[in-house]
Design a binder for this molecule. Sequence first.
Ligand code: ADP
Ligand code: ASP
Ligand code: MG
Length: 417
Amino acid sequence: MRIFKFGGASVKNKESIGNVKNILIQQKFEKGFVVVSAMGKTTNALEEVVKAYQENQNYLAMLNEIEEQHINVVKELIPEINSVFQDIINHVAEVKTFLSLNKSPKYDFIYDQVIALGELLSTKIIAAYLNHSGVNCTWLDAREYIKTNSDYREGKVDYETTCERLQHLPKDKIYIIQGFIGSDDNNFTTTLGREGSDFTGAIISYCLDAESLTIWKDVPGVLNADPRHFAKTQILNKISFEEAIELAYYGATVIHPKTLQPLQHKKIPLLVKSFMHPENEGTKIDDFSEQIKPQIPCYIVKPQQIVLTISSKNFEFIDEKVISDVYKLLTDFKLKVNLIQISAINLYLCLEDKYTNLESAVELLSQKFHVQKEEFCELYTIRNADSKSEKIIPKYESAIIKQSGKQTLQLVIKKEA
Ligand code: ADP
Ligand code: ASP
Ligand code: MG
């Protein structure tokens, strides 16, 4: 069985949904799972809904707009299928009802109950369109299959229950299922972290011992740099699981970092292919002994980084106890450290503040340490760096932190205001 995953860019409008159908036909996809993300930037729009709800703004108008956008796509694609219009209205109404009755103050919980709407709507539309075009498929609600704990916005997968449920499904059908979402023991919706649909593809592949997972992207495959940041890029034809997990971890966002672990565990190949040129080979990630082919430097940029310099107040060393106390605090505030450097009395941390907790953390840290904060930084990572590769990085001479390992060179650079 093969698993396909289509991300937001590949289902963003009528034409791209038509293209999904063509790919399924061209690839002779007659059974297996098609994992689908929310259309285009719908998830971002839903984040704005949650924000508006929290701030007592007019979130209903925003939800109505999202509803209208989806209805318009259906009108263009399959105007004769009335049940999809009703499905869209029902799913939106469910979110409205939830918000109007909600008593929970927990932001992350509310977030997940709202944000899943994007995937529910996109999959309803795509499933109806495929069935209408002669590609028979069955729509599944991922929340009945992908079971997680109750860490809202970062649900941890319960593989045992998830696999058991997935394995019960007949194997001879095409299933359309949402990426990114699942549910907890109380059947509340959970999500797996932003951009988590690739990961859903990997979870399903793992549970069903799939022969491969293909993620369809707006790029030819995994390139040696993000084309949005670097003018000249080259495709990587083959990558080992080990190297792919490093690249994803350092911030090559073309693959969600959690995707590789379940695949590597069962040695299931991951194919990254272009939805514009499905006939091209793209990139294959597999159990290769060779790290990467071709063997060239790879550049990765992580934006929105903050450098904290934590110094002891009375000239005490930065020892294990200090580091462990600081890390404990950072963990409590969900601040993710991407780079660490230590000197006698200074601890340098390059981190990201996904959940806007930095100020509270700095306030607490400042009770014990001198804390300096440098915002608006970028972390550049070069894998397989050679003597020239550093010079491609803008302002490389003025790096705030530079660290060089056997295979990895990292530079933290302050972004221009
Ligand atoms: P999806 O449609 O599945 O959400 P993403 O937008 O998450 O797809 O991933 C595709 C994007 O990843 C590309 O448009 C590209 O800008 C970015 N990207 C980052 N690093 C790389 C890389 N090394 N190779 C290819 N694309 C990359
Ligand atoms: N729709 C979700 C997001 O935008 C999940 C995904 O696209 O992978 O984060
Ligand atoms: Mg995405």
